[in-house]
Design a protein around this ligand. Structure first.
Ligand code: NAI
Ligand code: MG
Length: 368
């Protein structure tokens, strides 16, 4: 059988810089018992606009649809701010998400012990934290019709529609339950069923899916506002949080800040399983192209490296290889290796992007 394909889209700004470090980890993994990949690379975002006049060509889109997984760096930058909306680099991401039908967005909030003083919460609240937010990504109030602004003057009305169809809720609920089975086996579903009909349906469908083959997973419900309070009050009570597009957008950003820098945060967006059982999947760091530090060797490559680890776990059933990478990251941080964004954490030694990547590969090899 041929090696699975991994399509790499480094993108703009710090994207290519952090991706260069991920490539070192990909090579190490392939040479040391982890999966080997047919690695392909293409343009997406501003760089694609520069080369082809469009942020994502049809050819690149076709390669993404055919790939076993896509790993993206970041897109965008001030050079492209004046472009028409349809040509903006960010459109590349929107097109990938839409055409790959990526309905489940996975955002882990995991605390590395060496950085626990770095959190906005007390160290004891976040030490050992390992939770995952599963956000519905393709429906809800950001997409519902009717929408728009109508009327004039004081008569103007802004409208968005929070709409969910039962199958949209069911498929993301299944993704959350499947995920919980690989973790601590608990899902907490969050909506506002006290004031929103779409929330009543959300709760109903999540319970149906649970009864229909997932009763081994522990299911609880929380109103999303109370859930927000609990995430900052006692985050370690959670394993998997399942929520809709709007609440997930906010709650995942709140949860992200429990663990410190944007430079540390990976993500995955998954679609439906295909014939080979692998879901369509896009892995990317949460951060953007960071034009303020691009080209200076200052970017933290960990978010992108951990995104590759997520790809190993969720697309290629290589959880062991993923854990090895996560342990190497933990060990390097414990040694005090710090890119600029982490320098406020105690006991740090400054490192460039490449030094951080090399230190992680060094740990993987057991030589550092
Ligand atoms: P950003 O995430 O690029 O940067 C925010 C701040 O965090 C900056 O000070 C940056 O230096 C820092 N930062 C981000 N990643 C870092 C890393 N790996 N290591 C160290 N420091 C890091 O967000 P911003 O500035 O709002 O957006 C910049 C551009 O990126 C815009 O064009 C925006 O549209 C685009 N963007 C792209 C995203 C994507 O490709 N998924 C997501 C967010 C923004
Ligand atoms: Mg957000």
């Amino acid at each position: 059988m041929s090696d699975p394909t991994l399509l790499i889209l480094p993108g703009d700004g710090i994207g290519p810089e952090v991706m260069a470090e991920v490539r070192k980890v990909i090579e190490w993994t392939g040479a040391n018992g982890g999966p080997r990949f047919d690695v392909q690379e293409d343009l997406a975002g501003g760089c694609a606009y520069d080369a082809h006049g469009t942020p994502l060509t049809d050819g690149t889109m076709a390669r993404a649809l055919a790939a076993d997984a896509v790993l993206l760096g970041a897109v965008g930058g001030p050079r492209y701010d004046a472009l028409d909306f349809s040509l903006k680099p960010e459109r590349a991401l929107l097109r990938l998400r839409k055409e790959m039908d990526l309905f489940a967005n996975l955002r882990p909030a995991q605390c590395f012990d060496a950085l626990k003083d770095f959190s906005s919460l007390k160290p004891e609240l976040v030490s050992g934290l390992d939770m995952m937010i599963v956000r519905e990504l393709t429906s809800g109030v950001y997409f519902g019709e009717p929408r728009g602004v109508t009327g004039e003057g004081d008569g103007r009305v802004g409208i968005n529609t929070h709409r969910y169809a039962a199958p949209e809720i069911a498929r993301v609920a299944r993704a959350a339950f499947d995920l919980a089975r690989r973790r601590q086996g608990r899902v907490c579903s969050m909506e506002k069923s006290n004031v929103m009909e779409a929330g009543i349906l959300w709760r109903e469908v999540v319970e149906e899916v649970h009864r229909d083959g997932y009763e081994d997973v522990e299911l609880s419900h929380m109103l999303a506002d109370a859930g927000g309070m609990q995430i900052v009050r006692a985050p370690k009570q959670f394993d998997v949080i399942l929520t809709d597009n709007l609440f997930g957008d906010m709650l995942s950003d709140v949860a992200a800040m429990l663990t410190g820098s944007l430079g540390m945060l990976p993500s995955a967006s998954l679609g439906a399983p295909r014939e080979n059982d692998r879901p369509r999947a896009l892995y990317e760091p949460v951060h953007g192209s960071a034009p303020d530090i691009a080209g200076q060797g200052k970017a933290n490559p960990i978010a992108c490296i951990l995104s590759f680890a997520m790809a190993l776990r969720y697309s290629f059933d290589a959880g062991e290889a993923a854990t090895r990478i996560e342990r190497a990251v933990e060990a390097v941080l414990a040694d005090g290796v710090r890119t600029g964004d982490l320098m406020q954490a105690e006991g740090g030694r400054p490192a460039t992007t490449a030094q951080m990547g090399d230190a992680i590969v060094g740990k993987l090899s057991g030589t550092a």
